[in-house]
Design a binder for this molecule. Structure first.
Ligand SMILES: C[S@@+](CC[C@H](N)C(=O)[O-])C[C@H]1O[C@@H](n2cnc3c(N)ncnc32)[C@H](O)[C@@H]1O
Length: 297
């Protein structure tokens, strides 16, 4: 299977679909969420995005559907190209698909020995190997700390710098071998997953593209339209939470001249919705998912 959709029912309910509305699924993947949206449409349209060329083979043959094989940071431009200026709902199921994890040569997984690639879009030039082999030590430490939430980021960046003196690090297995001395006594797998996550977020500029997406969602949604976001790590979730609360990424609510709060969204869920035990049992990759739903004011 290409990808098992996470929190499917709750996220589709969150969109509060109007049958003749216009909806956007910015992370098409295997099309699980898109198919469920189409199922609820009658007269409406769905525009989906995925920057991974592999996702294109899952496209849906339906005249109400368009798949855009580009980064969702260009959401507004591509919608304009398809004569769409306002939408009723936007769904984002962030991160990496199971397919991307499971194909060894994509380099996302710690389970296989593969080139250090990790590009979500095959059209991108740089790979994770470029980060590992060219970034200054300070920058490596920053991204490992910020995006991997690794306490010993200094140890990993130092080990990478030392290794670089005698040659390039080209594969996932080489990277794992050279940073071995930084492994904590327990939780080796979790530690490696955090290292890989940090490299992936940096390479694909995931935090910046999420910010661009949220800002455009704010402009595109009609009043009453829904924003539905599933995130998989705390950094993403914090951005989404702050944006829904305050319309900015600091989470600080600005006030107008009279002291009234200036907000763009009403949160539909005060706390994020998480998968139940049954879903996690069936699909372990759902375990870190957090779903937030907001309505445009
Ligand atoms: C978790 S999967 C989505 C799975 C999908 N909801 C399903 O049911 O199959 C995330 C997908 O979003 C894509 N993606 C992630 N960031 C993107 C971006 N900035 N622009 C376009 N696609 C992106 C990835 O390539 C991946 O296929």
């Amino acid at each position: 299977m290409y990808h098992n959709p996470v929190l499917l029912q709750k996220s589709i309910e969150g969109l509060n679909i109007i049958p003749d509305g216009v909806y956007v699924d910015v992370t098409f993947g295997g099309g699980g969420h898109s198919k469920a949206i189409l199922h609820k449409l009658a007269g409406g349209r769905l525009i989906a995005f995925d920057q991974d060329t592999d996702a294109v083979k899952n496209t849906i043959d339906d005249e109400r559907f368009i798949l855009v094989n580009h980064n969702f940071q260009f959401l507004k431009n591509f919608l304009r190209l398809h004569q769409v200026s306002q939408v009723n709902g936007i769904l984002a199921d962030l991160g990496v698909s199971s397919h991307q994890f499971d194909v060894p040569e994509r380099g996302f997984s710690t389970r296989f020995d593969a080139p250090l690639d990790m590009r979500m879009s095959q059209n991108q030039q740089n790979t994770a190997a470029d980060i590992v082999n060219t970034y200054p030590e300070e920058e490596l430490r920053r991204l490992l700390k910020d995006y991997g939430e690794l306490k010993n980021s200094w140890c990993i960046s130092k080990a990478i710098m030392e290794t670089r003196e005698s040659g390039a690090i080209n594969t996932t297995a080489e990277l794992i071998e050279y940073i071995q001395k930084c492994f904590p006594q327990h939780k080796r797998n979790k530690f490696l997953a955090q290292v890989f996550q940090a490299l992936r977020i940096e390479l694909n500029d995931e935090m910046q593209t999420l910010k661009l997406l949220l800002e455009q969602a704010n402009e595109l949604l009609i009043p009453g339209g829904r924003l539905v976001v599933i995130s998989y790590h705390s950094l993403e979730d914090r951005l989404v939470k702050n944006f829904i609360k305050s319309g900015n990424f600091s989470g600080i609510i600005n006030k107008d001249f009279y002291g009234n709060p200036i907000v763009s969204f009403k949160p539909i869920t005060r706390k994020p919705i998480v998968p139940d035990d049954e879903e996690i049992k069936k699909n372990n990759r759902a375990r870190s998912a957090k779903l937030r739903i907001a309505e445009k004011l």
